[in-house]
Design a protein around this ligand. Structure first.
Ligand code: AP5
Length: 210
């Protein structure tokens, strides 16, 4: 299964992909995580992306298309993958087609803007391994400490309230047109992402069966 999870920032793409990729035994590819890792390591690509990501703007298509092309060529993608956060523009979706990548299903995880704004203020991420938590909906076992690696939990810079509003605007203007793009191919499905983590995952799994 070659899958795309589409949805606003904070819709739960990463949280759901983590669980569903294990259920389906396929890797998750998150362009956001790859870019943040590059930023942390101070690579050339990370430096190029820094100002965009911190302002809540999209990193240029050419940069993210290159990242995806390289990642999809790895052996672990042979039996399928979940794309989390890619494509985010029509040119990115067209680039996937041009690479000859066949997508089986696109699930749009639907969450209203008001819920998103509430969620983002409570999100915490591990400064070491990037694992994602929520202070109420998915708390770590010990406050401020990552369950997986013991790293310190911090707030993402782009989760500042004013940047979240910018990211939502970017989503509505540049990414939402992908719904029509994939609906026209007959592979778009929708799932309610407001049901709490477990029930939302069930809704996405059900959408994948349609
Ligand atoms: P990226 O990292 O992809 O951010 P995003 O799409 O904005 O998505 P998020 O990671 O913020 O949210 P999510 O949907 O994964 O939600 P999560 O599961 O964490 O991209 C960041 C930046 O990188 C972009 O702004 C851009 O600059 C750049 N970039 C990346 N890809 C790009 C591309 N293709 N092109 C150009 N630029 C690109 O959940 C959020 C919170 O809610 C968590 O705390 C979680 O615990 C909680 N939660 C999740 N689900 C539920 C639920 N059902 N009920 C209650 N709480 C929930």
């Amino acid at each position: 299964m070659n899958l795309i999870f589409l949805g606003a920032p904070g819709a739960g793409k990463g949280t759901q992909a983590e669980v569903i990729s294990q259920k389906l035994s396929i890797p998750t590819i998150s362009t956001g995580n790859i870019i943040r890792e590059a930023l942390k390591n101070g690579t050339e690509m990370g430096l190029k992306a820094k100002s965009y990501i911190e302002a809540g703007k999209l990193v240029p298509d050419s940069v993210v298309i290159g990242i995806i092309q390289e990642r999809l060529a790895k052996d672990d993608c042979a039996n399928g993958f979940i794309l989390d956060g890619f494509p985010r523009t029509i040119p990115q979706a067209e680039a996937l087609d041009e690479m000859g990548v066949k997508i089986d299903k696109v699930v749009e995880i639907q969450v209203d803007d008001e819920t998103i704004i509430g969620r983002m203020s409570g999100r915490r991420v591990c400064s070491k391994c990037g694992a994602s938590y929520h202070i109420v909906n998915k708390p770590p076992k010990a406050e401020g400490i990552c369950d997986s690696c013991g790293g310190e939990l911090v707030q993402r810079k782009d989760d500042a309230p004013e940047t979240v509003l910018d990211r939502l605007e970017v989503y509505h203007t540049q990414t939402e047109p992908l719904k029509d793009f994939y609906a026209a191919k007959g592979i778009l499905r929708t799932a309610d992402g407001t049901l709490g983590i477990e029930k939302s995952i069930e809704a996405t799994m059900k959408a994948l069966e349609d």
